[in-house]
Design a protein around this ligand. Structure first.
Ligand code: G6P
Length: 488
């Protein structure tokens, strides 16, 4: 049965709000995810006529999508949300998600290539690009089918860069916005992409009425790419030199927006005092040992998060400031991510190896300098936030980085934030953080030292201001702001 065209608000993202595990007996177990979009959408409530379109990621998801036919998932699994999960052919999905989105677009926007040897755009890459087009077209088809006349569509991220243009061609009546959760590459780096791909991605996003970003820096980079690659006209606030506010191309105008997603203070404060978090807190305290300071990091094991240089900086701290030996523990949580990609598996092994080296070199019978945890555990992350004296957030480049915003909200005694200037969050938190160049291990070690010896009063003051800045635009307001901007 084809879904009727009734949705007034649509969200499209690769990863949906629920995932399914397939049991040996054929049963399906649903697991609901979190994140900014899930809580953002809750702002409009279940009766707003919203539909979320996402991709089936694994076998369980595919089975659930098939059982739902061309309709929606069982709302008992989704917390009441109407969800259409697309069962895209596995080879097409893998080429689009792993091959293009995560290995090319992600790499370009985070400046991750080792350019002497990569990228190599050959015939195989061209085939993957064709799969990315097919995958984007499947989303555009589903959205076109679900959307009511004049509906608002919020398309998320680099996986779906072509969707705004494809959807406009199918349904010119819709109001379409695209939101990038990543940074945007500067033009010279962006042009590593094959010319046709570089053009298609920009044209795709410019197919929308609005293109929105987490910071002004990424919005400006996008506009600069439109000018450099397409020869598009960039409209600026107060003339040349001002912030880019729109891009004009081929007779249409796409407005630019900036919505700096913030932490959800209410949720975090409550969730971080649940019994399971208390339990983890006690276990971590035992592991750390009494009277020691803690440097906390929590990340996906993601190339852009710069976990290895973070560990190297910690090692330099122990070398250059031996007074910290025995008196500090680095709690490093590095949770599995994108393990289908060899480079992520290698990186995960490297993180483990460097942590082991530091422990072998400096550890004593009563002190383990690095406590590395690699099994994803949200409750334990919150426990670490609570006891953090220092938070280390040193990405090579990051759209925002919510950990930087969450730790100051949850930390009990206030935490000093060592923050990369290349994280989007630095635009809002930079004044009260210790800002580092993420490639500068020596400088990061010095910042860790300064953070550890910061006075209690200074730390408390800064934490108060960090928490206020971090929670300025919580997910629900962030979501509503985008909706209102599109409806305006
Ligand atoms: C980034 C992206 C998100 C993505 C997340 C996890 O934050 O901006 O769109 O959901 O990484 O990546 P994954 O590949 O596991 O969905």
């Amino acid at each position: 049965m084809a879904a009727p065209r009734t949705a007034q608000i649509l969200v499209a993202s690769n990863r949906g709000p629920v995932s399914y595990a397939l049991g040996e007996d054929g049963s399906l177990a649903a697991r609901r995810g979190g994140g900014g979009l899930v809580s953002g959408l809750s702002a409009i409530g279940p009766d707003a006529g919203a539909v979320w379109v996402c991709a089936a990621l694994g076998d369980g998801d595919r089975e659930a999508a098939r059982r739902a036919g061309s309709g929606h998932l069982d709302t008992a699994d989704t917390g009441g949300q109407q969800v259409r999960m697309l069962d895209i052919a596995p080879d097409v999905f893998a080429a689009a998600y792993n091959g293009v989105a995560n290995s090319v677009l992600w790499f370009v926007h985070h400046l991750l290539y080792q350019t002497p040897v990569e990228p190599v755009f050959d015939a195989g890459a061209a085939a993957q690009w064709a799969a990315y087009e097919t995958y984007n077209a499947a989303f555009a088809d589903a959205l076109a089918q679900e959307a009511a006349e004049g509906a608002v569509v919020l398309v998320q991220d680099y996986h779906l860069a072509l969707v705004p243009g494809l959807l406009r061609a199918r349904r010119p009546d819709l109001r379409i916005g695209h939101f990038s959760h990543t940074p945007w590459a500067p033009p010279d780096y962006y042009r590593l992409l094959p010319d046709d791909v570089a053009e298609a991605v920009l044209r795709g996003i410019l197919g929308g009425d609005r293109a929105a970003f987490l910071t002004e820096r990424w919005a400006t980079a996008f506009a600069d790419c439109c000018a450099a690659v397409l020869g598009a006209e960039v409209v600026r606030d107060g003339g040349a030199g001002g912030a880019a506010t729109a891009v004009r191309f081929e007779g249409r105008e796409t407005r630019l927006g900036v919505h700096g997603l913030g932490a959800d203070a209410e949720f975090l404060r409550e969730r971080s005092h649940a019994a399971d978090v208390d339990e983890r807190l006690n276990a971590l305290r035992t592991q750390i040992g009494a009277g020691r300071k803690t440097i906390v990091r929590v990340d996906r094991t993601e190339l852009s998060k710069n976990i290895v240089r973070g560990l190297l900086a910690y090692r330099r701290l122990l070398e250059t400031h031996p007074e910290w030996r025995e008196h500090v523990v680095h709690l490093a949580f590095a949770y599995p991510s994108r393990q289908d990609l060899a480079v992520y598996r290698d990186y995960t092994a490297r993180v483990q190896a460097v942590a082991d080296e530091i422990n072998a070199e400096f550890g004593t019978p009563g002190w383990q300098p690095v406590a590395l945890h690699v099994k994803d555990d949200f409750a334990r992350s919150l426990a670490a936030y609570r006891l953090a004296d220092v938070a280390l957030v040193n990405p090579i480049r990051d759209g925002m980085n919510l950990v930087a915003k969450e730790v100051p909200v949850v930390s009990e005694r206030g935490c000093a934030l060592v923050l990369s200037r290349e994280a989007g969050a630095c635009a809002e938190l930079g004044e009260d953080a210790l800002v580092v160049n993420p490639y500068d291990v020596e400088g990061t070690a010095a910042a860790l030292h300064e953070a550890l010896r910061m006075s209690d009063a200074d730390r408390a003051d800064r934490t108060k201001r960090l928490a206020a800045a971090a929670t300025a635009l919580p997910p629900q307001k962030w979501f509503l702001a985008q909706l209102q901007a599109l409806e305006a």
